[in-house]
Design a protein around this ligand. Structure first.
Ligand code: FMN
Length: 346
């Protein structure tokens, strides 16, 4: 039962505070793997309110007590490191510059469920010479994660953020060695993964992929080939784990069905395989017992149930999650105030 990476937009000034330590320690248990929310690798990596960073000394120091709190309870803690690329606006960028990406194509503005329009600024295409500097930011961020005490890092190569912008052919329109063929489109991702491995060791580096996702205008015409290409390359590098996201499921009788589309990836990957996307206790147990995956990452259920592994063990009822507080800035409400199971009542 893995805690999936969950952005909660409560790290004011990009710093995780005491409430963040409380949130993660509530969810820590002996031997349980927690993956921390997307954490920026540099000044240009940010695009959403109150998300943490790990590129400054101050940020590393701020993470230390959070990691300690998880370790005190025997948990294993990885930090997900990301760069949002073109999913940003001038407001988030140093000196109001354009966000950077593999392209200069802007993300199409999207009307969200609540009627607000999500609009990102027009990006600036990175030059071939600049790419190694961004790779280096990931390398330093991986080093900083270890300095902060994390057991490892998860490189965010999913959901339409910078690395995936390079990987997928709906976005990547480059004609240099970072665009065109599958090999070229995956080059940036693999350079980042290799840099992190060279810096902190392959046994501390996991990777998140979502070949089937189409978030932020980012999709691929051949997701199976893309996923397998990455997996074969990750095998050569000795990547510790691959965390993969199921494609979006269709609703049957009001319940979203898990597509179970990841088996060929699992079979091809030499390391530990993690799946995520709509799992509950029963489906997670089934997926593990049938050899579909090694581990299951839970997002929304773990967010709402600090003692999720215990509840699963006891087959106890779960707290419902409240979507309205997923990304609100309150340090308590919808964050650390989800109740624990009253064990005396079980
Ligand atoms: C509030 C929220 C924040 C999320 N933040 C991240 C994130 O920072 N990084 C990431 O890779 N996925 C993120 N996700 C996706 C989850 O990790 C997970 O894949 C998704 O919620 C599906 O799993 P679930 O059905 O168990 O919730 C987020 C999801 C939610 C609901």
């Amino acid at each position: 039962v893995v805690h999936a990476p969950l952005t909660r937009s409560r790290c004011y000034n990009n710093l995780p505070g005491e409430h963040v330590a409380l949130y993660y320690s509530q969810r820590a248990s002996k031997g349980g793997l927690l993956i921390a929310e997307s954490t920026g690798v540099s000044e240009t990596a940010q695009g959403y309110p109150n998300t943490p960073g790990i590129w400054t000394k101050e940020q590393v120091e701020a993470w230390k007590p959070v990691v300690e709190a998880v370790h005190r309870k025997g948990g294993v803690f990885f930090c997900q490191i990301w760069h949002v690329g073109r999913a940003s606006t001038y407001d988030y960028q140093p000196s109001g510059q354009a966000p950077i990406s593999c392209t200069d194509k802007q993300i199409t503005p999207e009307v969200l469920e609540d009627g607000t329009v999500e609009e990102f600024s027009a990006p600036r295409r990175l030059t071939e010479d600049e790419n190694p500097h961004i790779v280096n930011d990931f390398r330093l961020a991986a080093r900083n994660c270890i300095e902060a005490g994390f057991d490892g890092v998860e490189i965010h190569c999913a959901f339409g953020y910078l690395i995936e912008q390079f990987m997928k052919d709906s976005v990547n329109d480059r004609t240099d060695k970072y665009g065109g063929s599958m090999e070229n489109r995956c080059r940036f991702a693999l350079e980042v993964i290799k840099a992190a491995i060279d810096e902190i060791g392959a046994d501390r580096v996991g990777v998140r992929l979502s070949p089937y996702s189409n978030c932020l205008d980012c999709w691929d015409s051949d997701p199976d080939a893309l996923g397998l290409y990455m997996i074969h390359a990750m095998n050569k590098l000795g990547v510790l784990y691959c965390s993969m996201v199921e494609p979006e499921g269709v609703k049957v009788d009001g319940k979203v069905q898990i597509p179970y589309k990841l088996l060929h990836f699992r079979k091809a990957f030499a390391g530990t395989f993690i799946v995520a996307g709509g799992y509950n206790r029963e489906e997670g147990n089934k997926a593990v017992s049938e050899g579909y995956t090694d581990l299951v990452a839970y997002g929304k259920w773990f967010l709402a149930n600090p003692d999720l592994p215990k509840r699963f063990e006891l087959n106890a009822p779960l707290n419902k999650y409240d979507r309205s507080t997923f990304y609100t800035p309150d340090p308590v409400v919808g964050y650390t105030d989800y109740p624990f199971l009253d064990l005396s009542s079980v």
